[in-house]
Design a protein around this ligand. Structure first.
Ligand SMILES: Nc1ncnc2c1ncn2[C@@H]1O[C@H](COP(=O)(O)OP(=O)(O)OP(=O)(O)O)[C@@H](O)[C@H]1O
Length: 705
């Protein structure tokens, strides 16, 4: 059996373990079936050639058709061949849902359970066994965080960067760091997996000629185009889904939409149509898939459909690469994507809906032919397709670099401008982001990382929110509970759900919870009342709250609270060390085990409770409005704006004119507040400021100094 052959320092132990797991799963039939499927994948015939090339090169760049088996098979081949050499193999993914579902699939194929020989690690969630996991699927962001703690990535013998052509900031940065690391760790194997279009670029960057092309597609995919452009893409998608449901053979549908709002609208439209289905019609089940959906709900979309039923998965582009959703045979692709675009002249980042690239369109179609032949319906013309860009501009060239630079500094890279990127960002992006970090005191005048900056880098947040959290605590430690809630809410979209035709507006709902002249405090108040509510479901129903998302905000809050308590523990350990002048070697030992100790202590509920009480991080019933306002004014000072005579606001930092968003409580304030802090700039026909808190003149004076 391949698994036994592959691993073993001690064959008996492995055999025993495999049989224990087999009994536990009782799933030998499934295992044999999967072994057969593995051998039928196009990649299987390349197995030996592939392994030979990987063995004889430190760096390999691999390209292959979508679905040929790169992500699930190559890591298993490496283990079967013993190339992991008693260390772990990391396989990075741009998206968490991919890391989790692929780990589940590979665990099945290896006849084990997730968190055992195969694990995953994504932000706020992991399933790993330090002593047992050999193959770890993780988001590129998690591996990047690991480089801060261990720049040599010493627990890994092989690192696979999957979907490298997506060119996320994290995978670009990882690739640059791996190039440096390959000099220091000659024993480390690096594998870059990418769609065909970008392979040369990666190979040139690594100065290698070892490019491996894997021929062969899993199953054929037929592509259809619209005859003419559609005025309303949701309408076109709805009709296509219904047409497939009534006219095509069995098989599930995956429809790509641009965001949670469109997904919820489509869900509602479909539900209305389903109500009108004739009795004898096949059942159509709706599943949704978007980043803000908690993992356990995302996974519902991956479940098998019942015999005689069909599912339609409404998804953002998180299902575009890597994932295989069981049963999908039809893809509906309107050809649009919501993307971040940073405007360095205006110092704002905007979310825009833009046409996809040819590469994305190909990936989307690729979701259809994974288990059998498939069809892809593109809701745009062939002519439009031919005019699409080959691929998206790499994220690093269209983003604010503050997060990247802070991470690079935390890793110890001093000269960020001289760093070798695959595509170098524009000079203005560097200057602006460094200034931005200096304003937050994360970097000093010489661009060195400060202690504050190091703590900011430990928090899994954009620098601005990490700064807000730490500054708020320094300004007024009692405010931390409210600030943790406010920041968590800022990470979650669409807290309310007001059905079409309801005789209530968002403003009416907000007014029920209003606290001070602040959207943030009002939402914090709502979150805390939800937390205390005995019947949470009816609380949400009565108040038009999206329960999925408010739950998510509470989960994020819990995680942030843990990270924050970690920082406080580290601070107090550092103080202790300084005060007691522990012998140097003891101090070193302490530092090494610090991380582990903190994790273990936090894992014990009692310690967490004690810490929560000591530092007042738990949800408090009383909210002090004034304290919060002065904290937000200090912590989010880069997001301050001042009222003009014509009723518009000027953003202090960028001099942009903007309006208060109609969904803000303060939109209706009379007189309008003179000074505000906002959270988001949204540009449509006009530029709006969202999530607003009124601040005092005294605070504003401080900011504009
Ligand atoms: N969860 C799953 N359920 C059923 N089949 C699966 C699952 N995951 C993978 N497969 C099968 O294994 C094949 C290979 O998947 P894999 O993700 O390794 O391909 P890939 O080459 O990495 O594709 P991509 O470039 O699109 O990520 C799929 O085409 C599908 O047939």
């Amino acid at each position: 059996m391949e698994i036994e052959k592959s691993q073993s320092p001690n064959k008996n132990t492995v055999k025993q373990q495999v049989s224990v797991e087999r009994n536990k799963n009782g799933n030998q039939g499934l295992f044999s079936k999967l072994q057969k499927e593995r051998k039928n994948l196009p990649i299987f015939k390349h197995r030996q050639g592939l392994l030979d090339k990987i063995k004889s090169n430190q760096i390999s760049v691999i390209a292959g058709e979508t679905g040929c088996g790169k992500t699930t098979q190559i890591p298993q081949y490496l283990i079967e061949e013993g190339l992991n050499k008693n260390r772990m193999i990391a396989v990075t993914q741009p998206r968490r849902v991919a890391a989790i579902t692929i780990a589940q699939r590979v665990a099945q194929e290896m006849n084990t359970t997730v968190g055992n020989k195969v694990g995953y690690s994504v932000r706020f969630e992991e399933a790993v066994d330090k002593n047992n996991t050999k193959l770890l699927y993780m988001t590129d962001g998690m591996l990047l965080r690991e480089t801060i703690v261990d720049p040599n990535l010493s627990r890994f013998s092989i690192i696979v960067i999957d979907e490298a052509h997506e060119r996320t900031i994290n995978s670009d940065l990882l690739i640059s760091l791996l190039k440096q690391l390959s000099e220091r760790r000659k024993d480390l194997k690096i594998i870059i997996m990418s769609a065909t279009i970008e392979t040369e670029k990666f190979a040139n960057f690594f100065e290698t000629e070892n490019i491996i092309y894997l021929e062969g597609r899993c199953h054929p995919i037929e592509v259809f185009y619209s005859k003419k452009p559609h005025a309303d893409y949701l309408d076109a998608a709805l009709n296509t889904i219904l047409q497939i449901h009534f006219e095509e053979q069995d098989g599930d549908i995956l429809c790509f939409l641009v965001g949670q709002e469109d997904i919820e609208d489509m869900q509602q439209m479909l539900e209305e149509k389903i109500e009108l289905f004739p009795k004898e019609a096949k059942k159509l089940n709706i599943c949704t898939l978007y980043a803000a959906l908690p993992s356990h709900l995302q996974l519902l979309a991956f479940e098998k459909s019942q015999e005689g039923e069909r599912k339609v998965v409404l998804s953002t582009n998180i299902a575009e690469t890597s994932v295989t959703i069981d049963g999908i045979k039809y893809v509906v692709d309107p050809g649009l994507v919501k993307t971040r675009k940073y405007n360095p002249n205006k110092l704002i980042e905007m979310l825009l809906v833009v046409p996809v690239s040819k590469s994305s369109a190909m990936q989307r179609a690729g979701r259809a032919g994974r288990q059998s032949a498939g069809k892809c319906f593109r809701l745009y013309t062939k002519y439009t397709h031919d005019t699409l860009a080959e691929f998206m501009l790499p994220e690093i060239l269209r983003s604010n670099l503050s997060t990247v630079i802070l991470q690079m500094k935390a890793i110890g890279i001093k000269d960020v401008k001289g760093f070798q990127f695959i595509d170098r960002p524009h000079e203005d992006q560097f200057i602006e982001s460094i200034e931005n970090l200096q304003q937050m005191n994360a970097l000093d005048a010489n661009e060195n990382i400060t202690l504050h900056g190091k703590e900011m880098a430990e928090l899994p947040l954009e620098p601005i929110y990490a700064h807000f959290m730490l500054v708020a605590f320094a300004t007024n430690p009692n405010s931390i509970s409210v600030v943790l809630s406010a920041i968590s809410l800022m990470q979650v979209e669409n807290l309310f759900f007001i059905p079409k035709g309801a005789k209530i507006s968002l403003l009416d709902v907000l007014l029920r919870f209003q606290l001070g002249n602040s959207d943030q405090l009002t939402k914090v108040n709502m979150l805390h009342q939800y937390y205390l509510a005995k019947n949470k479901k009816s609380f949400c129903k009565e108040n038009f709250i999206n329960q999925k998302n408010i739950k998510k905000a509470l989960e994020v809050r819990q995680q942030l609270e843990n990270y924050f308590l970690d920082i406080l523990k580290k601070r107090s350990k550092k103080n202790q060390k300084q005060n007691t002048k522990v012998a140097q070697n003891q101090a070193n030992a302490l530092q090494q085990s610090e991380e582990q100790q903190i994790q273990e202590e936090l894992a014990k509920g009692n310690t967490l409770k004690k810490l929560q009480e000591e530092h007042k991080t738990a949800i408090q019933q009383e909210i002090n409005t004034e304290e919060f306002v002065s904290c937000i004014a200090k912590g989010l000072s880069v997001k301050a704006a001042k009222l003009n005579n014509d009723g518009t606001y000027t953003i202090i930092r960028s001099n942009i004119q903007a309006y208060i968003h109609p969904e803000s409580l303060l939109f209706y304030s009379k007189p309008k507040p003179e000074y505000i802090i906002f959270n988001e700039v949204v540009s449509t026909i006009k530029t709006y400021l969202r999530d607003i808190t009124e601040i005092q003149f005294s605070d504003f004076k401080e900011i504009s100094k």
